[in-house]
Design a protein around this ligand. Structure first.
Ligand code: GAP
Length: 458
């Protein structure tokens, strides 16, 4: 695989420069591992989430949607095992006051002491680390104005538990029987200590989780089904196949609830890292919640008279990590007419803006016609109008946010109602009649696509 020009620093800098994603609370100096998404970031992230809903709900009949509360009854987390077991081992340094994960002190994790010389924590002459102690990752808060016994609640560390709590209710109204799934997208919160590598690991993040309830004997078959389906989904987003892999967890890596887990990993500039986990959770969660709540959480098959607690296969993905993978996979640099260009070669369906409409000059009726063209396109796809600066600079601005097509209105457009369509990747410019433009662009948007970076690699 040839060297990719992308680095995490370049992604961070492009995202900040173009207002895609930037540090939160910046006017107060920022807050660790917390980011805000600007206009193009929101559009990109929304495309990721829409593609996930399409794969879960649009393309299938066996999955229903849910949006459960972030704050659930505190006993949820007793039953799920999070109160007792959702911990990281931490050490403090008595000299610099920093806190580190005890299991991330090795060279592989490359976490550095904040003091000079830059060494691994514990390796400097003044380092003075405490013994490791377990630290729960759930954020606590209280219900009501005063902190009193029984008022402590938690921000959910995963969306999954809301699905298990609602299993019986959903089963009642969804008119489904196993195998069937419940899908949810929403924010989760974890008090992460490890430095985040931009949006890879943040304190709050959106998850796209689906719990697929199956007859116990079918669990392994469905686990294999979801491994394949989820890998396919990332490839359909345009991510290069040679930058994706499935990695099965070793026995000692498995979460307390899981009998088998595989991660979909992406080759980020920081190395192979988890994009999504796909777990066979068995009947752990439904059994635990049944025991703690006293409710029967099982399926009764009226035809066969069989009663069982379904097993659960869970594909659990992070919106931020998928967005970051798309950005890293698309980032490229090249030269046009001797000038350096930064470009995001995103799958057109993922691009925040599909088409930019640009009058060549700000006179002679060109802006008026450009607005007309923009209005023609905006109902079909995300469109942007730009008349500021030279045409070359405007193309560059669109390249940086990954806009696949720029439509230019020039003097000929006023004579024959045609425009040029410039392609971000091939740089070709085709003349198209304005009347045909919406269908031509919609056709391009639906056309099969592979990353132009792969074509270069070949
Ligand atoms: N319900 C199972 C579960 O939550 P997980 O592997 O802990 O499993 C699922 O999380 C996905 O959520 C991860 O693969 C990752 O994409 C995302 N994720 C987890 N922690 C994250 C964090 N601190 N920041 C950003 N994304 C995170």
């Amino acid at each position: 695989m040839p060297d990719d020009v992308v680095t995490m620093d370049k992604i961070v800098s492009l995202c900040k420069r173009r207002g895609i994603i930037f540090p939160a609370s910046e006017i107060y100096g920022g807050i660790a591992n917390t980011y805000d998404y600007g206009h193009y970031g929101v559009l990109l992230k929304r495309n990721v989430v829409d593609a996930w809903w399409q794969a879960m709900i649009g393309d299938r009949d066996d999955i229903v949607a849910l949006d459960s509360a972030i704050i659930q009854h505190p006993r949820t987390w007793e039953a799920s095992g999070h109160l007792a077991g959702f911990t990281d081992p931490l050490v403090d340094c008595r000299t610099c006051g920093q806190r580190f994960r005890a299991d991330h002190l090795d060279a592989e994790h490359d976490v550095r002491c904040p003091r000079k010389p830059s060494v691994l924590p514990g390796q400097g002459p003044d380092c003075n680390l405490t013994e490791a102690r377990e630290f729960n990752l759930m954020f606590e808060t209280t219900i009501g104005p005063v902190q009193e016994a029984g008022s402590t609640v938690y921000l959910r560390p995963e969306t999954a538990q809301g699905i298990f709590l609602d299993f019986k209710t959903v089963l009642g109204f969804a008119r489904r029987k196993p195998p069937f799934g419940i899908a949810q997208v929403g924010k989760s919160f974890r008090n992460e200590i490890t430095p985040g590598n931009f949006i890879f690991r943040t304190l709050e993040f959106e998850q796209m989780e689906m719990e697929y309830f199956v007859p116990p004997d079918d669990a392994h078959r469905w686990y294999l089904h979801w491994l394949e389906a989820r890998m396919d989904w990332y490839e359909r987003l345009g991510i290069r196949g040679d930058h994706l892999r499935l990695r099965a967890h070793e026995q000692d890596e498995l979460s307390h609830y899981s009998s088998a887990t595989s991660d979909v990993e992406y080759l980020y500039p920081i190395g192979w890292q988890e994009l999504e986990g796909i777990a066979n959770r068995g009947n752990f969660d439904l059994t635990q919640h049944a025991q703690h709540s006293g409710e029967k959480l099982e399926y009764f098959d009226q035809q066969s008279g069989e009663r069982y607690v379904p097993h659960v296969i869970e594909p659990a993905a992070g919106v931020g990590r998928a967005t970051l993978a798309l950005l890293c996979d698309a980032y490229d640099e090249d030269e046009i007419g001797g000038e350096a260009r930064t470009v995001l070669k995103l799958h057109p369906q993922m691009a925040p803006v599909k088409v930019a409409v640009l009058p060549l000059v700000r006179k002679d009726g060109q802006p008026e016609l450009a607005h007309e063209v923009r209005n023609l396109l905006r109902r079909r796809m995300q469109t942007e109008y730009d008349e500021g600066g030279s045409i070359g600079r405007r193309y560059r601005r669109q390249d940086e946010i990954g806009t696949p097509w720029c439509v230019t209105i020039d003097h000929q457009s006023l004579e024959d109602r045609t425009v040029t369509v410039r392609d971000r990747d091939t740089l070709t410019q085709d003349r198209v009649a304005i009347d045909e433009l919406p269908d031509v662009l919609a056709g391009k948007l639906e056309a099969p696509w592979i990353s132009p970076k792969l074509l270069v690699e070949d």
